[in-house]
Write a protein that binds this ligand. Structure first.
Ligand SMILES: [Zn+2]
Length: 294
């Protein structure tokens, strides 16, 4: 009971409410919260085929060097939450708006990267297509499956969902079967803690507990390694970062609104907010301009 009360207090203090039961992403008055991240995974558009080849052996399937970038440059990691219209709620993006953004990415030759690819780019300097984005969704709303997934599938896009493990199969959150289907179809499921805790308010032991338990739960349920985490509310400090590392996470994202780059630190990567209120021009600005906030 005490635990529930504490959780309720945390929720009410939050920029948007989360708690599995009776939860809706609520309006946040802080413009920093509604964010989106998207990412495109189709590399085919950047593949070049030799035009004067006489044999199939001459077909070039490599992305041209000038179309690639290295980790001296950054990348937009887009942050979404719910993909479902709700009046006056920027944390929920209407499906039509989301579709318009994905179509823009597709039509304009963007690639979506998995978090494995993002990790390799930032840590190992493995080059990526210049027009790359990473699509992430926080909390694990059922509408990610019902509304976003069909669009992502249509365009062959990769994405990552950061799931609150205590919410699986409850209320408006994803069910285990949905998570399994998503994981098998290019939508990677990673951790967003057990109860959406404000991590820097917890003791180190409690930090480890929620970080490790959520990781192990997803690993058991989905039969795969969980290596990545989004800190709830983007909330972290040095101790949180140490605990994430000690729990076996290799990369973590925050909600700091700008492009991700090497200088962020691999366990404190920035993400780009895409509000349900922003129009396509604002979306284009955010995916084309690293310092779009300035
Ligand atoms: Zn969250």
């Amino acid at each position: 009971m005490k635990k529930i009360l504490i959780l309720l207090i945390i929720v009410s203090l939050s920029l948007f409410s989360v708690g599995c039961k009776n939860t809706t992403a609520s309006v946040n008055t802080n413009s920093k919260v509604a964010a989106s991240s998207e990412n495109k995974s189709n590399n085919n558009s950047t593949n070049k085929v030799s035009s004067n080849s006489n044999t199939p052996n001459n077909i070039k399937t490599q992305t041209k060097q000038e179309d690639l970038k290295y980790n001296n440059e950054g990348i937009p990691v887009l942050m979404y939450h719910s993909v479902k219209y709700e009046k006056d709620n920027p944390v929920r993006i209407p499906v039509e708006k989301f579709k318009e953004q994905m179509k823009y990415l597709k039509d304009n030759g963007y690639s979506t990267l998995s978090l494995d690819e993002l990790y390799d780019f930032l840590e190992n300097n493995k080059p990526i297509p210049k027009k790359s984005v990473v699509l992430t969704f926080d909390d694990g709303y059922k509408d990610n499956y019902e509304n976003a997934y069909p669009i992502l599938k249509e365009y062959g896009f990769k994405a990552t969902i950061f799931m609150i493990t205590s919410c699986i199969g409850t209320g408006e959150y994803l069910t285990l079967n949905q998570l399994k289907e998503l994981q098998q179809n290019g939508i990677d499921i990673e951790s967003h803690t057990v109860n959406h805790e404000k991590l820097n308010t917890l003791s180190y032991e409690k930090k480890l507990e929620t970080l490790k338990t959520s990781k192990e739960t997803l690993e058991k349920l989905l039969n795969k390694e969980v290596k990545y985490i989004a800190y709830p509310y983007g909330n972290y400090d040095d101790s949180v970062v140490r605990a994430a590392k000690a729990s076996g996470y290799k990369l973590a994202v925050t909600t700091k609104g700008t492009w991700s780059d090497k200088a962020d630190g691999i366990l404190t990567l920035d993400r780009v907010h895409i509000s349900g209120f922003s129009d396509l021009d604002n979306f284009k600005l955010r995916i084309s301009t690293p310092d779009y906030n300035k």
